[in-house]
Design a protein around this ligand. Structure first.
Ligand SMILES: [Zn+2]
Length: 155
């Protein structure tokens, strides 16, 4: 009999575990509306703002590839690496509504030769690693088969 492992986030509070429509969780400054990810809790990233109160807000689930690379080294936060480390493609994805970049692993099987600046991607959850009782999941970017032509021209 296969056992059902409990699905838990590899990092607590950074994204929802909604299997159908997962979303990253950022913070929105209550004073100026600037969105930050990972969540900000002390100072607003807008240098012109003195806001110190933040509300949790789900980020856009789709964006466009702004930059990408083969990750032959372990990337810094907010990426959470598997252990042992396995190379893969990572992408910095531009979220238009938030005007921000979010780094993340690209789903397994998609290499850098299948990515381009402007490639449309959506957020999915995938297993990062497992133990006997838990499946630890993290967000990854999956190409949607669309391309933002304005972005592609910029490349
Ligand atoms: Zn602010």
């Amino acid at each position: 009999m296969p056992t059902t492992k409990t699905r838990v986030p590899a990092v607590e509070g950074w994204f929802t575990l909604d299997g159908a429509a997962p979303a990253l969780l950022g913070s929105r400054c209550t004073a100026c509306g600037t969105v930050a990810f990972p969540k900000e809790s002390s100072f607003c990233r807008n240098p012109a703002c003195t806001g110190t109160e933040f509300a949790e807000t789900p980020l856009s689930r789709t964006g466009t590839v702004w930059s990408y690379t083969d990750a032959c080294y372990q990337p810094p936060k907010p990426y959470v690496a598997a252990d042992p480390y396995v190379p893969f493609a990572i992408a910095a994805v531009h979220l238009a509504a938030e005007q921000m970049l979010v780094l993340g692993q690209v789903v397994p099987g998609v290499g850098v030769d299948e990515l381009a600046v402007g490639t449309g991607v959506e957020l999915v959850l995938d297993t990062l690693y497992e133990d006997d009782d838990h499946e630890y999941v993290v967000w990854k970017w999956r190409p949607t088969g669309t391309t933002d032509p304005t972005r592609a021209q910029d490349a």
